[in-house]
Design a protein around this ligand. Structure first.
Ligand code: ADP
Ligand code: ZN
Length: 659
């Protein structure tokens, strides 16, 4: 007997001989140790054959079987195969992303560490509103299919999720995906109050031992619910009945390197493969999801009002070209409003989608802009560490390092980041209790939680941060929210920038006025005439969708078509240019074949960020209607590039970022 063994590496399965004594015990999904090159590796059995495909090869034997029961259930084996194919990657890489590395490392797991446990039992279930009951009835009516739950901010979607899970038949589990662990606190508390320790919280901060323990808890069915980011979509439940994707539009569901999967789309595939229900929830659905609902592929459930008919926040656009400002970043109007809000005893939330102190640092003598030596992007000054940091590769300069252009040592700090806003606020309103929440202040495990708890306990007057503060939170005493510079989001050179802006502004405004007092929101911008603001102000999702869709159609951009991106990178720029010119010639030939009409091939052209980590980058973008045909075309393009030396190729199916 022969077995195919899959390892967590970028490859398909390898064939091994099954020793006689293992034949009765070994199964699909079993974890085994097997010789690999000069050492051995841990892998997983994906199937058996009576005869090996290639008889000329001498095969080696499996060394040992590591567990009594298969580690990976059939449905997950099937799912990773789908992921490997759909994303034009390998099943091995999909395995690596799906299953905790600790199972393959051979290391013995360490002691469990302290984990966040929440305030179990604190929350009581409220009586559902008529709108919540109506959507739940629809959801509970069937055990299959996709629901798009479009509920305005504060419409009580969490309660719908919890009730949908409670309504599952006994023995069926649920997977809850959230875009960031920073926004999970409230959902977890609520789930724990219902399901106690049958809730598993799966996130990147877990130790190897915790990962193993939690995996087994899910595998055995002891757990009922898993909540997590991205990789929780691979939860080894055999009997899942429901997947919930909260804030389904979030870009963070897409992995940005290696295997570039989108957890939302993998979840949709999983729900279909396993015949279960899936709820995509959002106040601002992605164009893709709303389009699918329009076409009848998803069932559309809408909640138009906030719980108890609380009013939506009043949104005001502040035109920074005419508005007076006292500080570098803050308009007088915003400052006045902040002061009033605080003296009335309420809390505020301010977002600026840029961490650090200053995003543009120029030489005071010659005007040279400081850029990362390894990446073609500007460096960001961080005042706490007194360094100019590259947010891509992590390298940094000291401001004392001399200007590469003129040798000058004086630096001018332009533009605004969260650290600068924090400094300005503290100087302006010294009695203000400000907390900053961005990636710099939340590196430590559970630092999110302490900030959110302090906010809940009203130890903070004003929470300031990057988009982390805009999503999901439910602080009833926040009655003012503001965006410092809408332009950062609006001016991203990406066809989705207006969509992102609409979503982000609506989300941030939606944090305001969720309690008894009405809320307001301010958006500071230098482009007050931009059409996005009209729709944001009127909370007009559908109007925005129609307008945006017309453009997408014209250009065949998603959801009106599909995209696939191939990134080519080279250490050496000249070699890259030559290779790309050759690739370009070969692609022209493919375009004129009959299959050419299935997909338009754009490029190769220099990527908007030309250099990252010392690699020079070009990209090819394929556009088409049908995702299978698009992959076939991409395969032809890849074939034509065979033999190009020194070229690193990354494939991004359904790209979210075209930089
Ligand atoms: P969303 O996720 O739709 O923005 P949440 O789920 O955070 O909204 O709910 C908003 C607020 O309304 C929360 O404070 C929640 O506890 C409360 N809430 C939800 N459902 C009900 C209900 N049926 N009755 C009273 N309060 C509710
Ligand atoms: Zn860099």
């Amino acid at each position: 007997m022969f077995a195919n063994i899959l390892f967590p590496i970028n490859a398909e399965a390898f064939t091994y001989i099954v020793p006689g004594e293992l034949e009765s015990k070994i199964r699909r999904g079993s974890r085994v140790a097997a010789p690999f090159k000069k050492s051995h590796k841990t892998g997983v059995v994906t199937g058996f054959t009576a005869e090996p495909a290639d008889k000329s090869k001498t095969l080696r034997s499996i060394q040992s079987l590591l567990d009594d029961e298969p580690l990976i259930p059939e449905n997950i084996l099937r799912l990773i195969r789908w992921v490997g194919q759909y994303y034009m990657s390998t099943t091995g890489l999909a395995l690596k992303n799906a299953v905790p590395a600790a199972f393959f490392s051979g290391k013995t797991p360490g002691k469990p560490r302290i984990t966040y446990s929440g305030d179990i039992g604190k929350q009581e279930a409220p009586e559902l509103t008529p709108a919540q009951r109506r959507v739940l009835k629809e959801i509970n009516r069937t055990d299959k299919g996709v629901f798009l739950l479009h509920g305005v901010t504060g419409s009580g979607k969490t309660e719908v999720y919890v009730n949908a899970i409670e309504s599952l038949p006994p023995g069926r589990q649920a997977i809850v995906l959230v875009p960031e662990i920073a926004v999970t606190v409230q959902i977890i508390d609520r789930l724990r109050s219902c399901f106690g320790d049958r809730v598993v919280f799966f996130h990147s901060g877990l130790s190897a031992g915790e990962r193993i323990r939690y995996w087994q808890k899910m595998r055995s069915g002891e757990a009922k619910v898993v909540i997590g980011v991205r990789s929780a979509v691979f939860a080894p439940f055999e009997n899942a009945g429901l997947i919930i994707i909260d804030e389904e539009q979030e870009a963070s569901y897409k992995q940005s390197d290696g295997l570039r999967y989108n957890a939302r789309d993998v979840a949709l595939a999983r729900a279909k493969l396993e015949g279960m229900k899936i709820i995509l929830g959002s106040a601002t659905p992605s164009m893709e999801a709303f389009h699918a609902a329009r076409k009848g592929k998803f069932r559309y459930l809408e909640i138009k009002n906030r719980v108890d008919h609380k009013s939506m926040p009043r949104i005001e656009i502040i035109d920074m070209t005419t508005e007076d400002k006292q500080t570098f970043s803050l308009s007088n109007k915003l400052i006045t409003s902040l002061r009033e809000n605080i003296s009335a005893g309420y809390q505020s939330l301010i977002m600026l989608n840029r961490r650090g102190y200053s995003p543009f640092c120029i030489c005071a003598d010659c005007g040279h802009t400081y850029k990362c030596p390894a990446c073609s992007i500007t460096l960001i000054y961080h005042k706490d560490t007194r360094t100019l940091n590259c947010h891509y590769c992590g390298s940094y300069l000291k401001p004392g390092d001399l200007c590469p252009n003129c040798g000058g040592a004086k630096v001018k700090y332009l533009g605004t980041g969260t650290q600068r806003v924090e400094e300005e606020l503290k100087a302006l309103i010294p009695e203000l209790a400000v907390r900053r929440m961005d990636r710099d202040t939340t590196r430590r495990k559970f630092s999110h939680y302490s900030i959110i708890k302090e906010m809940e306990d009203k130890k903070i007057d004003l929470l300031l941060g990057t988009q982390m503060v805009a999503k999901g939170h439910d602080f009833p005493d926040v009655t003012l929210s503001a965006i410092i510079s809408a332009d950062v989001t609006l001016n991203m050179p990406d066809f989705r920038s207006a969509e992102r802006a609409f979503q982000l502004f609506t989300q941030l405004a939606g944090r305001s006025g969720r309690g008894d007092a009405p809320g307001k929101a301010y958006i500071q911008t230098y482009e007050a005439g931009h059409y996005v603001f009209d729709y944001v102000r009127n909370n007009d999702y559908k109007g925005f969708y129609e307008r945006e869709m017309a453009q997408r159609k014209e250009l065949s951009y998603p959801p009106s078509g599909k995209l696939l991106r191939i990134i080519l990178s080279f250490r050496d720029r000249d070699a890259g240019e030559k290779a790309v010119a050759a690739v370009s010639e070969r692609i022209k030939k493919i375009q004129h074949t009959p299959a050419g009409k299935d997909a338009e091939i754009l490029g190769p052209a220099p990527a908007p960020i030309e250099k990252i980590r010392n690699f020079w980058r070009w990209h090819i973008i394929l556009k088409g209607r049908n995702s299978r045909k698009l992959r076939e075309r991409a395969l032809a393009v890849l074939q034509s590039m065979k033999g190009s030396r020194g070229m690193k190729i990354d494939i991004d199916v359904d790209p979210v970022n075209l930089m």
